[in-house]
Design a protein around this ligand. Structure first.
Ligand SMILES: NC(=O)C[C@H](N)C(=O)O
Length: 503
């Protein structure tokens, strides 16, 4: 399954200007393994754009201009999305300690998998996920990566648009001080999704480079910061339990005794209900890993962000990734902890919904809704970016950049996602399955097996520690994928699923 090296190096030029003449001489293959010429490896050590006075590019004529800070904003924005809304539910099904342990593990593994991606991309001078697949396994590898990216990111974008569809009418209703929903168009979630897609998402999605989205990403992150502060604040202002359910005991004791007993029972029940658990396992615990894996997926965006980085180097990109993952880790933990400590076992699979039980028209909760809506809206263009690339790679692999194609793919993708959210919202349940398959593929399996194939055996023999570790990582991914899938199927079969379709 040999891939034509030259074609591939031409394809990797991010802005579509092909550079056959500038490409370094490649050593095609050695012993069936794709290896690079010496020029390639030495450039890798110093970043892709040599800092020599001639500034002659070796792998790409694309000179990244995005700063460190903007790249952190973009990557953090790619990480954060609807995943944050499911974490309190995950904590309710694991307990605080087990949750913290699992969240730490997923964050560390996510950072390790970015390390694998960066190392593989450095060796071959490629900065697109699907190109790594091509390099490792030829066309099937490229298609598998492109398919996983497309499914994962379309799933993520649909869940964001679904939040807009379900939350925006409520926000408008409250702002207009209306008791009931009217049949006006601005109360119709379907029209609102289309409006937001056309007015806000599409213009941003048409940007040619991710770097331009740094400001909107920064704004999106501040909205989520506001969400987090509100969740913490609400913990201290929402009573627990929400509606004390006095037991309706019917026995032949006197009424006073019933009152006393019921009150006491309610108190004990409330005490038990409003006590956090630190460690627990139940049938829903199985969803924890897929929820967390989904929440940390940002891998399709890592290489495009790397491509646009100013003075790029692997170390710098790893620092950007680690910082983004660390910030999101803290935000995820705090949102989950305070969301859980507000509602305990009463928390729903989508945290925002749970606040409806308190008071759907509360001003703070309304502002939180607006903030989350803004944050997820501004995340859509970032998540759309790698899907467009993947589609371009699958359908028009050797074509130069064309604005027409760029615009048409964005419009086509947004139209499909809109149709999905409007006409088949139930299909979002399917994304539970997709999330359980594509997220482990993108985080664990693909980076590991691509790494194993791409790093030349002369550099790291098949039995070297990094390669064995990478294989164990892939095995862990397969195990997690099988486990999550079987739990979801078992849940479906027994019909006990409480899990929402948003992630
Ligand atoms: N970027 C993605 O695929 C999902 C994102 N991590 C989220 O939590 O929504």
């Amino acid at each position: 399954m040999e891939a034509p090296l030259q074609t591939e190096m031409v394809e990797l030029v991010p802005n579509g200007k092909h550079l056959e003449g500038l490409l370094p001489v490649t050593t095609p293959t050695a012993g069936g393994q794709r290896v690079e010429g010496p020029g390639r490896s030495c450039v890798e050590g110093e970043g892709f754009l040599p800092k020599s006075p001639s500034k002659e590019p070796h792998f790409t004529d694309f000179e990244g201009k995005t700063s460190f800070g903007m790249s952190v904003f973009n990557l953090s924005n790619a990480i954060m999305g609807s995943g944050i809304l499911g974490l309190a539910y995950a904590m309710a099904n694991t307990g605080i300690i087990l949750f913290l342990f699992l969240l730490t593990a997923v964050a560390l593994l996510s950072s390790y998998s970015i390390h694998l991606l960066l190392k593989s991309s450095g060796i071959v001078g490629i900065r697109a996920y699907e190109q790594l697949g091509y390099r490792a396994f030829g066309t099937p590898g490229k298609l598998a990566a492109a398919l996983a990216i497309t499914l994962q990111n379309i799933g993520a974008m649909s869940s964001y648009l679904y939040i807009i569809k379900s939350e925006l009418p409520l926000v408008i209703q409250t702002f207009l001080n209306l008791e009931d929903r009217t049949s006006d168009w601005y109360m119709n979630g379907n029209y609102l999704v289309i409006l937001v897609s056309v007015v806000v998402i599409l213009p941003l999605a048409l940007m040619r480079q991710l770097g331009y989205l740094g400001y909107s990403s920064g704004f999106s992150l501040s909205c989520m910061m506001f969400f987090l502060i509100a969740v913490i604040y609400k913990k201290f202002h929402v009573p627990c339990p929400l509606s004390p359910n006095v037991g309706n005991t019917t026995s032949n004791v006197s009424l006073v005794e019933i009152d006393k007993e019921a009150g006491l029972q309610a108190k004990t029940e409330a005490g038990a209900f409003c006590t956090p658990s630190y460690f627990m396992l139940n049938t829903q615990t199985a969803y924890t890993i897929p929820i967390m894996a989904f929440a940390f997926v940002c891998h399709p965006e890592v290489l495009p962000i790397y491509t646009e980085l100013k003075d790029p180097s692997k170390r710098k990109m790893q620092r950007i990734s680690n910082l983004s993952i660390a910030v999101m880790y803290v935000m995820y933990f705090l949102a989950a902890l305070f969301g859980y400590l507000t509602f305990y076992d009463g928390v729903e699979s989508e945290l925002l919904h749970t606040y409806n039980k308190v008071d759907p028209f509360d001003v703070l909760i309304l502002c939180v809704r607006v903030a989350v809506l803004t944050a997820v809206t501004l995340t859509v263009p970032i998540v759309l970016f790698p899907v467009r690339r993947a589609l371009q790679q699958m359908l028009f692999p050797d074509r130069e950049f064309s604005w027409l194609r760029h615009v048409l793919i964005a419009v086509g993708l947004l139209t499909c996602i809109n149709l999905l959210v409007i006409f088949a919202p139930n299909i979002l349940g399917i994304f539970g399955v997709i999330g359980a398959t594509s997220a482990p593929c993108l985080i664990f399996i693909f980076p590991a097996i691509f790494y194993f194939r791409i790093i030349p055996t002369e550099k790291e023999p098949a039995r070297s520690t990094p390669k064995i570790l990478a294989l164990c990582f892939a095995a862990l991914g397969i195990l997690l994928m099988t486990m999550s899938l079987s739990f979801i199927i078992m849940d479906w079969v027994s019909g006990t699923s409480r899990h929402g379709g948003s992630h």
